[in-house]
Design a protein around this ligand. Structure first.
Ligand code: ZN
Length: 451
């Protein structure tokens, strides 16, 4: 059998035009599984043909409509036709774009203005369709540039991609996102009184050798404005010319206005709240992210369980209360009492260690070192440890179980140490920017100009 595929265009002025796109032939007598339905190759070539017809007819109608002078209504001549190549998801299509002569009605006596123009410059400003650009950028943010190119080549009939085309596209999309942000930052200066929470963390990305260092830092974050909307972002301090402006515009995009109080929730690193403080040029409230404390408490608790199994019940009675209430105390802001319990735990643990051998000795040592770690952490960050229970009761942010997720999602999955690739700070900044936009679903909504 032979299946003919034909497309019919009906122009706005009533004319119809049909295009034969090709035929699909199938042998019914010796049919095998492979013969059923369209193959990927056939599908790709058909899509390209449909795209070609669609684009050319669209160009035709748009040009025809703009051939009528808006002022005097006369029908203008086509000066010439020029070829234009348009990159789409369904192939690189060449269309003949007519250039229309300007009407002289409004400008008598200015023969030098008798030029021709292309009506399409208004709509198709870029060489590539926004959809293709978004897909290239999204794949580049999720996979290596080579893998992104391979996926596009395998699944779509778009023009041949390689790692360089993908990398350049990611760069241009990231720059567009930054421009959008700048406009947004400039347009919002209304003072507010919202409670904005910023979760911050950082990841280290392997540096390319020419930058004379092993790693550099990528700051990742999420902003919540209390109404449940969340915006993720990522930035490399050395990868952008204005990291503070970048931070500020990200905050503004998430709903922060001058006058809003910001709470920064982060790990102990004082550089992160300082970054926000400098960006908004105002003080911020810094508290330790509960998630980071909670993990360290868990370390104490699990090593303690191991030790407990090696202890006599009389020994256990002395030591159990020290750990039992630890989590509760820190959660309720009783840092002083928690520190005392840790001190006691340290002392008892050391004693057991001195008087024991084998697994008992090792278990005691683990508990002691974990207790020490938590104690140092709490002491060092004491001013940032608050009453989390009360905060939670007030409906305010205390933690994100996705704190680690944030680092993985925005930085490590694509640029972590397990990936073999090395990065320039600017490249990493761009990937982090686009990845955050992809995760928030912002890439599909935004328009991409001036690629
Ligand atoms: Zn006219």
């Amino acid at each position: 059998m032979k299946i003919r595929i034909r497309v019919e265009t009906e122009f706005g002025w009533g004319e119809t035009r049909s295009h034969d796109l090709g035929t699909v032939e199938r042998d019914s007598i010796g049919a095998s599984d492979e013969d059923f339905g369209l193959s990927l190759a056939e599908g790709k070539s058909l899509l390209t043909e449909i795209q070609r017809v669609l684009l050319q007819d669209q160009v035709e109608e748009i040009s025809e409509v703009s051939r009528v002078c808006r002022f005097c209504g006369s029908y203008l001549a086509v000066h010439d036709r020029r070829e234009r190549h348009i990159d789409t998801l369904f192939g690189r299509i060449t269309v003949a774009v007519p250039r229309v002569r300007m009407c002289m009605c409004g400008l008598p006596g200015h023969p030098e203005l008798m030029a021709a123009y292309s009506p399409l410059t208004r709509v198709l400003r870029n060489r590539a369709t926004p959809e293709l650009q978004r897909l290239q950028a999204e794949l580049a943010a999720r996979h290596s540039f080579r893998e992104a190119a391979r996926l596009l080549n395998m699944l779509t009939p778009c023009a041949r991609q390689n790692h360089m085309t993908i990398r350049n596209r990611l760069a241009s999309v990231a720059d567009c996102l930054a421009v959008d942000l700048d406009e947004l930052g400039a347009s919002t200066n209304v003072s507010g009184d919202r409670d904005i929470s910023v979760f911050l963390d950082s990841a280290y990305v392997r540096s390319r050798p020419e930058y004379q260092r092993r790693n550099f830092e990528v700051v990742v974050g999420a902003v919540e404005d209390g109404t449940g909307t969340k915006r993720r972002f990522g930035l490399s301090l050395s990868g952008t010319d204005q990291p503070l402006a970048c931070m500020r515009t990200n905050l503004a995009a998430a709903g922060w206005r001058e006058g809003d109080q910001i709470t920064v929730l982060s790990d102990g690193d004082p550089a992160l709240p300082r970054l926000v403080r400098s960006a908004i040029d105002a003080d911020v409230n810094h508290i330790l992210n509960w998630w980071h404390i909670s993990i360290r408490i868990r370390h104490v608790e699990t090593t303690f369980q191991t030790l407990l199994s090696c202890l006599e019940s009389s020994e256990a009675d002395e030591i159990v209360p020290l750990v039992q209430n630890l989590r509760w105390r820190v959660w309720h802001g009783q840092t002083g009492r928690a520190l005392e319990a840790l001190k006691a735990l340290f002392r008892v643990g050391m004693q057991i260690r001195k008087t024991s051998v084998g697994t008992r000795r090792e278990a005691a040592f683990s508990v002691v070192s974990r207790a020490m770690e938590l104690r140092t952490y709490l002491e060092y960050n004491r001013s940032a440890v608050v009453n989390y229970a009360r905060r939670r009761q007030q409906g305010r942010a205390v933690s994100t179980c996705r704190a680690e997720g944030l680092v993985n999602d925005i930085a490590n999955t694509r640029m972590g140490k397990k990936q073999r690739m090395r990065w320039s700070p600017r490249g990493a900044h761009r990937v982090a920017t686009v990845r955050a936009a992809v995760l928030d679903g912002r890439l599909s909504a935004g328009r991409l100009e001036a690629a």
